[in-house]
Design a protein around this ligand. Structure first.
Ligand SMILES: [Zn+2]
Length: 296
């Protein structure tokens, strides 16, 4: 991910307990603790850049989890043309089928940037944990719309971030879904990236589509999380961009405060994360899905 402007205001954030959702025998609420535990498992594999044995293990772990969730799992394999040559990559997509013909997507990336001693607890790890727990929380709930949970590969640049060296997985899927018509069925795509740090405070990304950004931010207000969702920000380039360019209403949820996210440093480790931040993101995303399903 890359930001175009540097203006960060630090403020203490007061977070409240998430409300509970209706719970049946075969349903669970999104648990921040469980999402954090998934992230810890991913981080324990070590650095997870493309081409590493660790990312192959993580793909297996993601698929094992999704196999228990009563969803369809789709492997979107492709070869990325990188500055280091062709690299095999794989987006992993969980589909929870609805009845309306419309669809909602929640996405994030699971690769980590290739850097010495970089395990990407927040950057790559937190999105993986959020999405795995989201799949657990979506399990067994009747759906209006199809809900896709997308684990993007290849978000990170191999060298310096450019339009062609970045966002490999999301660029691939946006193109594929343009061709097969899936993008036209999407009511929205919500991307999460670096949302596990303590003192969660998201960027109000000005590249995101205003209507869906407002929906998500209003949901956060309604749940008492306004402190983590300030309405000031700057433009962010992230996995939502290929979908925005394809005409999809997409929004990016990202904390890019260098003081709390330890972005692209060896200090981006599990001890810098807070299960409560996962709880906040999970509650906001789950309620945003419900609100989007009520829209025509
Ligand atoms: Zn990164």
């Amino acid at each position: 991910m890359r930001r175009a402007l540097a203006s960060i205001v630090l403020a203490p954030v007061v977070l409240h307990l998430a409300p509970s959702f209706a719970q049946g025998v075969d349903r669970k609420n999104f648990s921040g603790a469980d999402a954090f535990a998934f992230t810890r498992q991913a981080v324990a594999l070590g650095p997870r850049p493309d081409g590493s044995p660790a990312i192959a293990k993580l793909r297996s772990m993601i698929k094992q989890q999704l196999a228990m969730r009563g969803c369809e799992t789709i492997s979107d394999r492709f070869t990325a043309q990188t500055p280091d040559g062709p690299v095999p990559m794989e987006n992993i997509i969980a589909k929870f089928a609805g009845r309306s013909g419309r669809a909602i997507a929640v996405s994030g990336h699971y690769d980590t940037k290739k850097m010495a001693n970089f395990v990407g607890a927040n950057d790559g790890g937190s999105s993986t944990g959020v999405l795995l727990e989201l799949a657990a929380a979506l399990q067994g709930r009747p759906r209006v719309d199809d809900v896709y949970v997308i684990f993007f590969d290849g978000e990170e640049a191999f060298h310096e971030w450019t339009d062609t060296d970045s966002l490999y997985g999301s660029r691939h899927l946006a193109e594929k879904w343009n061709a097969d018509g899936t993008n036209r069925r999407l009511k929205a795509l919500i991307n999460v990236d670096m949302t596990g740090d303590k003192n969660l405070r998201l960027i109000w990304d000005t590249n995101s589509v205003a209507s869906v950004r407002k929906l998500v931010w209003d949901v956060a207000d309604s749940l008492g999380y306004s402190g983590a969702f300030p309405r000031q920000g700057s433009p962010i380039a992230d996995d939502h961009m290929p979908f925005i360019n394809a005409g999809v209403r997409a929004v990016d949820l990202i904390d890019f405060d260098s003081q709390t996210t330890f972005w692209h440093t060896p200090q981006d480790t599990i001890d810098k994360l807070d299960p409560h931040s996962f709880e906040v993101i999970g509650a906001v995303v789950m309620k945003s899905i419900e609100e989007l399903e009520q829209q025509k």
